[in-house]
Design a protein around this ligand. Structure first.
Ligand code: MN
Length: 238
């Protein structure tokens, strides 16, 4: 397999997101098998830091795979967003810590710096209690919950999941990794900035212009992050 093989790229995305602090023992990243395809690739149920190309499974949009290895319980996040959003080619679901407060608070997550300009057109908010009551384990563990999450995401590139985490979506694997990394950084910056008082966020025009510029540079981030994440000392031995 070469570096252009989708299973290799997905394994690299897992390693990058761990190294960048977006995923840890939990969370996952997926990619469609091809532009517009109704199937997607996702690792088997395991820690993202250890994913290799051989651990990648192929799923349909009902969240089913022929691979007997255990699946992530929350594969319906991916299946139902791909069903609802033909424009989406890749998805990251994470529990990264700085984003969590914005799922709990009425203070909106806003684009505070140019690297997160993609947030300027709004962020979805998923409240699992609206569809499943107040005693769930918060996990998106079936198609109905996945559909409700996809509806909360709407046309946005990012959605908060109250008391749980977030999803980032995008038109390519490198761009969705970029978005997941900078959404987390933006949230951390906003938490720090709010301590100083009211903040000045990007305008819609600034955010869109910055997002367009950065989308053209995304391979640079992917390549350097991959290089860092795949260094021998960065790779778990498990
Ligand atoms: Mn989760």
């Amino acid at each position: 397999m070469t570096d252009t093989d989708p299973r290799v790229q997905l394994a690299h995305a897992n390693r990058i997101l761990v190294h960048q602090g977006v995923l840890d023992a939990f969370g996952h990243v997926s990619v469609r098998t091809a532009e517009g395809a109704d199937r997607f690739l996702l690792a088997r149920n395991m820690a993202p830091a250890s994913v290799t190309p051989a651990d990648v499974q192929e799923y349909d949009l009902d969240g089913q795979t022929g691979d007997p290895a255990p699946s992530y319980l929350e594969r319906f996040i991916h299946a139902e967003i791909y069903r609802a959003r033909p424009d989406v080619q890749a998805i990251v679901h994470s529990h990264s810590a700085s984003v969590i407060p914005f799922g709990l608070s009425s203070t909106p997550l806003r684009a505070l710096f140019h690297m997160a300009g993609f947030l300027v057109d709004g962020v979805g908010r998923f409240e699992i209690r609206d569809v499943a009551g107040d005693a769930t384990d918060l996990l998106v563990r079936d198609a109905r919950l996945g559909q409700a999450l996809a509806a909360s995401l709407g046309e946005a590139p990012f959605a908060l999941m109250r008391g749980h985490g977030s999803v980032a979506v995008g038109p390519s694997l490198p761009l969705v990794v970029y978005r997941a990394v900078y959404a987390e950084q933006n949230a951390a910056l906003q938490l720090r900035s709010l301590a100083l008082g009211p903040v000045e966020a990007l305008t819609a025009g600034e955010g869109r212009a910055a997002a367009a510029t950065n989308a053209g540079q995304v391979e640079r981030a992917w390549n350097v992050w991959r290089q860092q994440a795949l260094r021998p000392e960065a790779v778990p031995t498990a």
